[in-house]
Design a protein around this ligand. Structure first.
Ligand SMILES: *Cc1c(COP(=O)(O)O)cnc(C)c1O
Length: 382
């Protein structure tokens, strides 16, 4: 659900700033060479920002193509009249899915001989010749054909009448890892395996688009860029190597989470607050109820660990976060009223709360925080 303005009936909502996504895309565009292509990864509904919104902003910012995880995600972009090339990063295993992928003009990823034969048969039945990208496992150990089998698979697809290999790609397992541990070595090993494969198939006459880098690989090492980079997190304003290198590259978060105060109460010392009385007041406190909870995506494990912003000032969250509501301590504030807007994530005045701040408190990652907000929260474009 996408709305254009904040409705006073909303107790809580997600604000998305497409201009920030466009600006982030331009920053990434400037970090890669002119001939390197940029794929905007908009899976999981554009990491919770709204896939079509993100796709359009990224295309304006200089991305050439889109990446999605599922068939449905690709179809819904086509339904939003997005016509650029869209690669389905997940594997489609049966005729129904692969057939629909072809019918909707989405590019499938091929991981095996079996998938390539099926895809060829389906393309043949439709009297089409379609582009595919072959995925190779260089060390992620998730999807992708084995590196040893890859040259054979590529030659086999080259001989199939209805498929052409447009791209070959792999995925990095720890490009965002701590450089002091093994992550740099593992990434170098993955790059080496990928390069060796490309040498091995260099006698093919067909041009091919090679790609391996996610946001971390893109930001960290230009030698990982190859012909295209597949960028997700950085588009949304987060640097996956920030913790390690402190660099934000000027990226700005595009998503904020806001809610309204629905009730205010003054309580005496010794008052147990919320389920389980995890918080008991020691002095007289003023508490405010905020209309957002874990059913909206504010993880219960954040209870008693976060602060929120109201009019540019921090206030601590107290007691257990409940399904639909949470409490904050606003003692010593006389100006806060029912209906006031609370910023849970995002900036307010000079202060800001980021997905990194939350992820550090609950052993999560900014990717998970961003795509945790449920569709009970309307997305409002600003
Ligand atoms: C999600 C994903 C990406 C993007 O990763 P980020 O770290 O968000 O940039 C790139 N490639 C593949 C295969 C993915 O699944």
């Amino acid at each position: 659900m996408l709305l254009t303005k904040i409705d006073p009936c909303h107790r809580a909502w997600v604000e998305v700033n497409p201009a920030a996504i466009e600006a982030n895309t331009k920053i990434i565009r400037n970090l890669i060479s002119k001939r390197c292509l940029l794929m905007a990864v908009v899976k999981a509904d554009g990491y919770g920002h709204g896939a079509a919104t993100v796709a359009n902003a990224a295309l304006r910012g200089g991305a050439q193509s889109l990446g999605v995880a599922t068939l449905q995600e690709g179809i819904s972009l086509r339904e939003s009249e997005i016509s650029c090339s869209i690669l389905v990063l997940g594997n489609l295993t049966n005729s129904e899915e692969l057939g629909a992928c072809i019918d909707w003009n989405l590019t499938p990823t091929i991981n095996s001989e079996k998938e390539s034969f099926l895809c060829n048969k389906l393309a043949h039945e439709r009297d089409k010749r379609i582009n595919v990208h072959v995925k190779v496992d260089t060390g992620m150990t998730r999807l992708g054909c084995g590196i040893k089998e890859a040259p054979h698979l590529i030659r086999l697809i080259d001989e199939l009448s209805n498929l052409s290999v447009e791209g070959i790609y792999s995925h990095l397992a720890m490009a965002d890892g701590d450089l002091k541990d093994q992550s740099a070595q593992i990434t170098a090993m993955q790059k080496q395996k990928f390069q060796n494969l490309l040498i091995n198939i260099s006698n093919r006459s067909e041009p091919i688009c090679t790609h391996i880098a996610n946001s971390a690989g893109t930001l960290r090492d230009t030698t990982l860029h190859f012909d295209m980079v597949r960028v997700g997190l950085a588009l949304y304003g987060y640097s996956p190597i920030y913790e390690e290198e402190g660099k934000t590259f000027g990226l700005q978060p595009a998503l904020s989470v806001k809610a309204r105060i629905t009730f205010i109460r003054d309580v005496p010392p010794g008052t147990g607050v919320s389920y389980g009385y995890k918080y008991v007041t020691d002095t007289p406190r003023r508490l405010a109820v905020v209309g957002i909870g874990y059913a909206d995506g504010v993880a219960r494990s954040l209870s008693d660990k976060i602060s929120v912003l109201i009019n540019g000032q921090f206030w601590p969250q107290v007691g257990a976060i409940t399904m639909d509501q949470l409490l904050i301590d606003i003692t010593n504030s006389s100006s806060i009223e029912v209906g006031d807007i609370v910023t849970l994530l995002g900036s307010d005045g000079k202060e800001a709360i980021t997905a990194n701040d939350w992820s550090k408190k609950i052993d999560s990652i900014p990717w998970e925080i961003l795509c945790s907000f449920k569709y009970r929260l309307p997305r409002v474009l600003i």
